[in-house]
Design a protein around this ligand. Structure first.
Ligand code: GAR
Length: 196
């Protein structure tokens, strides 16, 4: 089976959706859940499912991204993943790190890219008066929230929506989209998947 490492920073609901999908005849298995937040709730959940976990706190590196990434590489290389899934990993990665894993690293972003790269995507979609919003899984390249799109799922924006209700509606689709895209990716399918 292909080996998948998942990088998180928080609750890890996308990570759990990915873990739950890698069972039975799925062509991949999780080999590591890695967090830059030692207290990330997701680490506990992964550990309870018997998946190896590691944490590398970014704070002691005080903005030295290269040194932080060198420290991330240790548990990663020990786990020897074929594929890395960023799942709510909230640190920007340097071109050096990205190049090392190029073609093998996926990210999920809570907008319909190329709209709303960066943070606060739901607030921005609401402020723009968009009638549709959603999420994107893409391959990670040197440019932030860019790279070949592997899948998208759309949701309607409702008149009474707040950032909170819209976040929840998109997150539900993230949990469908990311496992579906990962499975196709492991099977060698790079054609974008558009979920309705
Ligand atoms: C998800 O909505 C993910 O798309 C987003 O953070 C959330 C993490 O939730 N990622 C980004 O904003 C990346 N810049 P989770 O920890 O429950 O999966």
């Amino acid at each position: 089976a292909r080996r998948v490492a998942i990088l998180i920073s928080g609750g890890g609901s996308n990570m759990l959706a990915l873990l739950d999908s890698m069972r039975g005849d799925h062509p991949a298995r999780p080999c590591l859940v890695l967090s830059n937040e030692p207290d990330a709730a997701g680490l506990v959940h992964a550990s309870q499912r018997g998946v190896p976990i590691a944490a590398v706190d970014h704070r002691p590196f005080a903005g030295d991204r290269a040194a932080f990434e060198a420290a991330l590489m240790r548990p990663l290389e020990a786990a020897n993943p074929d594929i890395i899934c960023l799942a709510g990993f909230m640190r920007v990665l340097t071109p050096g790190f990205v190049t090392h894993w190029q073609g093998r690293m996926l990210n999920i972003h809570p907008s319909l890219l190329p709209k709303y790269r960066g943070l606060h995507t739901h607030t921005r979609a609401l402020a723009a008066g968009d009638s549709e919003h959603g999420c994107t899984v893409h391959q990670v390249t040197g440019a932030l929230d860019d790279g070949p799109i592997l899948g998208q799922a759309r949701v309607p924006v409702l008149e009474q929506d707040t950032a909170q209700t819209l976040t929840a509606r998109v997150l539900e689709q993230e949990h469908r989209l990311y496992p579906a895209v990962l499975k196709r990716f492991v099977q060698g399918n790079r054609a974008p998947l558009y979920l309705k």
